[in-house]
Design a protein around this ligand. Structure first.
Ligand code: HEC
Length: 116
Protein backbone atom coordinates (compact mmCIF):
# COMPACT_ATOMS: atom_id res chain seq x y z
CA UNK A 1 0.00 0.00 0.00
CA UNK A 2 2.79 2.41 0.98
CA UNK A 3 4.68 1.53 -2.20
CA UNK A 4 1.72 2.40 -4.36
CA UNK A 5 1.47 5.81 -2.73
CA UNK A 6 5.16 6.40 -3.37
CA UNK A 7 4.66 5.36 -6.98
CA UNK A 8 1.88 7.94 -7.40
CA UNK A 9 3.99 10.67 -5.80
CA UNK A 10 6.82 9.86 -8.20
CA UNK A 11 4.47 9.92 -11.17
CA UNK A 12 3.10 13.32 -10.17
CA UNK A 13 6.55 14.79 -9.51
CA UNK A 14 7.79 13.41 -12.80
CA UNK A 15 4.91 14.99 -14.68
CA UNK A 16 5.54 18.36 -13.06
CA UNK A 17 9.25 18.19 -13.89
CA UNK A 18 8.51 17.30 -17.51
CA UNK A 19 6.02 20.15 -17.80
CA UNK A 20 8.74 22.54 -16.62
CA UNK A 21 11.24 21.23 -19.14
CA UNK A 22 8.85 21.78 -22.03
CA UNK A 23 8.20 25.31 -20.86
CA UNK A 24 11.39 26.60 -22.51
CA UNK A 25 10.91 29.93 -24.28
CA UNK A 26 10.93 30.00 -28.04
CA UNK A 27 13.69 32.20 -29.34
CA UNK A 28 13.60 33.95 -32.65
CA UNK A 29 17.09 35.35 -32.14
CA UNK A 30 19.82 32.82 -32.79
CA UNK A 31 21.82 31.97 -29.69
CA UNK A 32 25.55 32.32 -30.39
CA UNK A 33 26.99 30.17 -27.63
CA UNK A 34 30.35 29.94 -29.38
CA UNK A 35 30.65 33.74 -29.19
CA UNK A 36 31.67 33.98 -32.83
CA UNK A 37 30.41 37.54 -33.22
CA UNK A 38 31.97 40.33 -31.15
CA UNK A 39 29.42 41.76 -28.71
CA UNK A 40 29.49 45.56 -28.42
CA UNK A 41 29.08 47.32 -25.09
CA UNK A 42 27.48 50.43 -26.56
CA UNK A 43 25.21 48.70 -29.09
CA UNK A 44 24.17 45.61 -27.12
CA UNK A 45 25.22 45.49 -23.47
CA UNK A 46 24.38 49.01 -22.40
CA UNK A 47 20.84 49.03 -23.90
CA UNK A 48 20.19 45.56 -22.49
CA UNK A 49 21.20 46.69 -18.99
CA UNK A 50 19.20 49.92 -19.34
CA UNK A 51 16.01 48.01 -20.09
CA UNK A 52 16.41 45.05 -17.77
CA UNK A 53 18.53 46.17 -14.84
CA UNK A 54 18.09 49.95 -14.48
CA UNK A 55 14.79 49.74 -12.63
CA UNK A 56 16.87 48.65 -9.61
CA UNK A 57 20.57 49.21 -10.43
CA UNK A 58 20.35 52.97 -10.99
CA UNK A 59 22.06 54.04 -7.77
CA UNK A 60 19.07 56.04 -6.51
CA UNK A 61 19.04 54.23 -3.18
CA UNK A 62 15.74 52.37 -3.60
CA UNK A 63 17.70 49.10 -3.71
CA UNK A 64 20.75 49.86 -1.56
CA UNK A 65 22.21 46.38 -2.03
CA UNK A 66 21.92 46.46 -5.81
CA UNK A 67 25.22 47.71 -7.25
CA UNK A 68 25.01 50.83 -9.44
CA UNK A 69 25.35 49.70 -13.08
CA UNK A 70 25.04 53.07 -14.82
CA UNK A 71 28.59 53.40 -16.10
CA UNK A 72 30.87 51.24 -18.21
CA UNK A 73 33.42 51.26 -15.37
CA UNK A 74 30.91 49.85 -12.90
CA UNK A 75 29.67 47.18 -15.28
CA UNK A 76 33.23 46.24 -16.27
CA UNK A 77 34.36 45.88 -12.64
CA UNK A 78 31.43 43.53 -11.93
CA UNK A 79 31.59 41.71 -15.28
CA UNK A 80 32.29 38.24 -13.85
CA UNK A 81 29.50 38.55 -11.30
CA UNK A 82 27.06 39.88 -13.92
CA UNK A 83 27.80 36.87 -16.11
CA UNK A 84 27.27 34.55 -13.14
CA UNK A 85 23.95 36.00 -11.93
CA UNK A 86 22.49 36.06 -15.46
CA UNK A 87 23.72 32.54 -16.31
CA UNK A 88 22.03 31.27 -13.16
CA UNK A 89 18.97 33.48 -13.91
CA UNK A 90 19.19 35.02 -10.41
CA UNK A 91 19.04 38.38 -12.19
CA UNK A 92 17.10 40.29 -13.35
CA UNK A 93 15.05 39.97 -10.18
CA UNK A 94 11.35 39.91 -11.12
CA UNK A 95 12.26 39.64 -14.78
CA UNK A 96 13.46 37.50 -17.61
CA UNK A 97 16.16 37.63 -20.22
CA UNK A 98 15.94 35.63 -23.43
CA UNK A 99 18.55 32.94 -24.00
CA UNK A 100 20.06 35.18 -26.68
CA UNK A 101 20.42 38.06 -24.21
CA UNK A 102 22.01 35.81 -21.57
CA UNK A 103 24.37 34.52 -24.22
CA UNK A 104 25.27 38.06 -25.35
CA UNK A 105 26.23 38.99 -21.77
CA UNK A 106 28.34 35.87 -21.41
CA UNK A 107 30.12 36.51 -24.71
CA UNK A 108 30.80 40.17 -23.92
CA UNK A 109 32.37 39.16 -20.58
CA UNK A 110 34.35 36.27 -22.08
CA UNK A 111 35.62 38.58 -24.83
CA UNK A 112 37.21 40.78 -22.16
CA UNK A 113 34.35 43.13 -21.14
CA UNK A 114 35.60 45.73 -23.61
CA UNK A 115 34.37 49.32 -23.93
CA UNK A 116 33.58 48.67 -27.60
C1 HEC B 1 13.74 44.24 -9.41
C2 HEC B 1 15.03 44.76 -9.06
C3 HEC B 1 16.27 44.23 -9.78
C4 HEC B 1 16.46 44.06 -11.13
C5 HEC B 1 15.49 44.35 -12.26
C6 HEC B 1 17.82 43.57 -11.28
N1 HEC B 1 18.42 43.45 -10.06
FE1 HEC B 1 20.33 42.85 -9.68
N2 HEC B 1 20.04 43.06 -7.68
C7 HEC B 1 18.88 43.53 -7.09
C8 HEC B 1 19.06 43.54 -5.63
C9 HEC B 1 17.99 43.99 -4.63
C10 HEC B 1 20.34 43.05 -5.38
C11 HEC B 1 21.02 42.87 -4.01
C12 HEC B 1 21.32 41.41 -3.71
C13 HEC B 1 20.11 40.53 -3.78
O1 HEC B 1 19.03 40.90 -3.29
O2 HEC B 1 20.21 39.45 -4.38
C14 HEC B 1 20.94 42.77 -6.69
C15 HEC B 1 22.23 42.29 -6.84
C16 HEC B 1 22.86 42.16 -8.07
C17 HEC B 1 24.26 41.84 -8.25
C18 HEC B 1 25.24 41.58 -7.13
C19 HEC B 1 25.27 40.08 -6.94
C20 HEC B 1 25.17 39.64 -5.53
O3 HEC B 1 25.49 38.48 -5.31
O4 HEC B 1 24.74 40.43 -4.67
C21 HEC B 1 24.51 41.81 -9.59
C22 HEC B 1 25.83 41.52 -10.26
C23 HEC B 1 23.25 42.11 -10.24
N3 HEC B 1 22.28 42.32 -9.30
C24 HEC B 1 23.10 42.17 -11.60
C25 HEC B 1 21.89 42.46 -12.25
C26 HEC B 1 21.75 42.52 -13.68
C27 HEC B 1 22.89 42.30 -14.67
C28 HEC B 1 20.44 42.83 -13.93
C29 HEC B 1 19.78 42.99 -15.27
C30 HEC B 1 19.99 41.93 -16.24
C31 HEC B 1 19.76 42.96 -12.65
N4 HEC B 1 20.67 42.73 -11.66
C32 HEC B 1 18.43 43.29 -12.49
C33 HEC B 1 17.72 43.94 -7.74
C34 HEC B 1 17.51 43.86 -9.11
Amino acid sequence: MKNIRLLYINLILGTILMACEYNVENEDVKVDDQCEAEVSYSNTLSPLINVNCMPCHNGDGSYPLAPDLRTYGAVESLAGLIKEVTQSRRMPKNGNLTNAEISAIKCWVDQGAMNN
